[in-house]
Design a protein around this ligand. Sequence first.
Ligand SMILES: Nc1ncnc2c1ncn2[C@@H]1O[C@H](COP(=O)(O)OP(=O)(O)O)[C@@H](O)[C@H]1O
Ligand SMILES: [Mg+2]
Length: 252
Amino acid sequence: MVNKSVLSVRNLSKVYKGVGHEVQALKDVSFELYEGELIAIMGTSGSGKSTLLNVLAALDEPDKGEIQLYGQKQTEMFTEPNATHYRRDKIGFIFQAFHLLKDLTVEENIALPLILKGEKKSYIDEKVDEMLQFVGLLGWRKQRPVQLSGGQQQRVAIGRALITAPPIVLADELTGNLDYNTSNEILQVLVKMKETLNQAIIVVTHDPHVAAFADRVLFFHDGQIVNEYDCSGNQAMDDILENFGKLLEFKV
Ligand SMILES: Nc1ncnc2c1ncn2[C@@H]1O[C@H](COP(=O)(O)OP(=O)(O)O)[C@@H](O)[C@H]1O
Ligand SMILES: [Mg+2]
């Protein structure tokens, strides 16, 4: 099977300028993301992981470099209204802090992207039912976020990010606030979704158990990709974790 490239990231660089100092958050970052692929990004705090996701979601503009979507160079993706259209049509973004709207119910939170797209009510109802089933929250549809556990809230956030079936899903520390079992459950939802929709997913994580779910892991340090590890095939979890340990050792 030859997988299509969804994103080609070429030599991305980004500098944040402060008063009297600057931080090079990304230095010449290049990689390919394929359809049906789950990439995990690991690395020390401040190594540029969130900056990369923000750039890929057109929330932040790089200083240099190029992004291709399905082999097409995206020259104006950071200019409005292109950035908004790109985010709405191509990207599902899942944050560590859920970012749910507290006054809306579970089903209203999940429906939001379709409402904003101006879809018909009958279509929205059908999609929301499907999604509630998918993330296991059918019995919770009328609840508000505050009535839910952390894992349930993150499942609402996943439902909302994926309701439009975006081809690219970006998740920044999506299990960062969750315990081990709940993280596992969330990852199963994401992997099941990827297998159903053949999406391309990037997950930033500090948790090696989460990264071990990925097909490929990119290790970041000081704004650069310093290592890459292929987790596909039938490797035992313990072997993968041991190899991660070695790859992470260069850090102090
Ligand atoms: N909006 C910003 N303004 C200035 N500096 C920033 C901003 N966002 C991130 N940085 C800096 O860029 C570097 C990379 O940050 P970030 O991408 O958030 O790293 P990570 O997600 O890997 O922890 C850090 O040194 C951080 O302090
Ligand atoms: Mg971060």
